[in-house]
Design a protein around this ligand. Structure first.
Ligand code: HSE
Length: 444
């Protein structure tokens, strides 16, 4: 059978990786796929860079639409990124009857419903293994490997930039701003790191995993998103003294009234494997009712790790291209006509309805009755305390200090209840600075 023909839109770091790995492992890949897979066209605004990356035998153009218009191209790989031109080109490629492979989590998390509907109507596949956790085959695991399970929850370190920053803050005792600058210098953080450090990139990824795990539409607009910019070295240190590490987790969980979908810094017990995932590495824990807890670990970004995921999608599409569309794996794991609607039986819960436990740090006046007042408010609200740590005033504020840090760990509490009690504690005259609240996940 003649090789399947692929057009590549955008040949930066990941595109070059796809090209190189495909060339290097061509023989094994085609033995697995059942036929050859050939990149025959590449589009990039920087034609000279593209030409240097792919050599003379491959057609290089500066107009992505020339690839979409080419009837010989079977699969389009979109590696442009963003919601703008990428959305238009993906929809045009689908309309032209091309299968699409994309690493674009932002695009699918925001416009996935439209894109998957267009693909289903046209009978083509949209594959996106590379969009979540780079080289880790987590989409494959959720969509196929764990298909017997009722998934209970997923918690992942799915942003390498922030995990690198948190690891450095912990091991070197440094503040966020200092480590961010160092991460930028080393190339671990982008010049504009907003999407990473504010949790948006992780929220895109957990939105996709949530849809696949629970059979709900992609609903990025309902995700709660909080990044790591306000974390201080002191909280990382106190967490460690209490037996926890702080990680930026993407969490999605089946609760009584709906689905939790959230990204925020979380205390995780130091003894959990995921708490020990350091540097730019990614890891995802999935809890299913039959399988129990499973853990997936690997590189979440980079040229060849991401290429590994893109090429896995190329192989899947090559194997299934001639199959009846109804016999392919559904885009979001569940048959499209069985996805709950956004307001249906499985709504994404507002953050006030999320139930979790908390780390609170209060800067208080070091005088009689302060601890009693604070714990009294918690007791009145029905919040159960798990642990309390109070540092000596001298240790916190220097010799002769009249202030100290009070750290409280709670048991599970509804977020709305915690918001109200934090407001009451904040109003006490002996609470001297804004209260720090970090959520805590036991992951057991
Ligand atoms: N910027 C992401 C990260 C990789 O730091 O993990 C691409 O999503």
């Amino acid at each position: 059978m003649k090789p399947i023909q692929v057009g590549l839109l955008g040949i930066g770091t990941v595109g070059s990786g796809v090209f190189n790995v495909l060339a290097r492992n061509q023989d094994e890949i085609s033995r697995r796929a059942g036929r050859g897979i050939e990149i025959t066209m590449v589009a990039d605004l920087d034609v000279d860079r593209a030409r240097a990356a792919v050599g003379a035998d491959i057609q290089v153009v500066n107009d992505a639409r020339a690839i979409i218009a080419n009837p010989d191209i079977d699969i389009v790989i979109e590696l442009i990124g963003g919601y703008g031109i990428a959305r238009a080109l993906v929809l045009e490629a689908i309309a032209a009857g091309k299968h699409v492979v994309t690493a674009n989590k932002a695009l699918l998390a925001v416009h996935g419903t439209e894109i998957f509907a267009a693909a289903s109507a046209k009978g083509v596949m949209v594959a996106f293994e590379a969009a979540v956790a780079g080289g880790i085959p987590i989409i494959k695991a959720l969509r196929e490997g764990l298909t017997a399970n009722r998934i209970q929850w997923i918690a992942g370190i799915i942003n390498g930039t922030t995990n690198f920053i948190l690891s450095e803050m912990r091991s070197k005792g440094l503040d966020f701003d200092v480590v961010l600058k160092e991460a930028q210098r080393l190339g671990y953080a982008e010049a504009d790191p907003t999407f990473d450090i504010e949790g948006v990139d992780a929220a895109h990824k957990v939105t996709l995993m949530s849809a696949i795990a629970f059979g709900i539409p992609v609903q990025f607009d309902k995700a709660y998103v909080e990044g790591i910019t306000k974390l201080g070295a002191a909280d990382i240190k106190y967490a460690e003294q209490l037996g926890y590490r702080i990680k930026l987790l993407g969490i999605t969980k089946r609760a009584d009234k709906g689905i939790e979908l959230r990204v925020h810094p979380s205390l995780v017990p130091s003894k959990r494997l995921i708490a020990n995932v350091e540097g730019a590495m990614n890891a995802v824990v999935v809890q299913g009712d039959a399988v129990g807890t499973t853990l997936y670990y690997g590189k979440g970004a980079g040229s060849e790790p991401t290429a590994s995921a893109v090429i896995a999608d190329l192989v899947d599409i090559t194997r299934l291209a001639t199959a009846d569309p109804e016999h392919r794996v559904p885009h979001l794991a569940f048959q499209a006509n069985t996805l709950t609607d956004a307001m249906g039986t499985l709504p994404v819960l507002p953050m006030s309805e999320v139930v979790t436990s908390y780390y609170l740090r209060l800067r208080v006046a070091d005088q009689a009755g302060v601890l009693a007042k604070v714990t009294g408010l918690l007791a009145e609200a029905g919040v159960s305390i798990d642990a309390v740590l109070q540092r000596e005033a001298d240790e916190v504020g220097g010799e002769g200090s009249t202030q100290t840090d009070l750290i409280i760990l709670t048991h599970d509490t509804r977020e709305g209840t915690m918001d109200a009690v934090i407001a009451q504690m904040q109003a006490l005259p002996t609470v001297l600075a804004p209260i720090t609240r970090i959520r805590k996940e036991e992951l057991n």
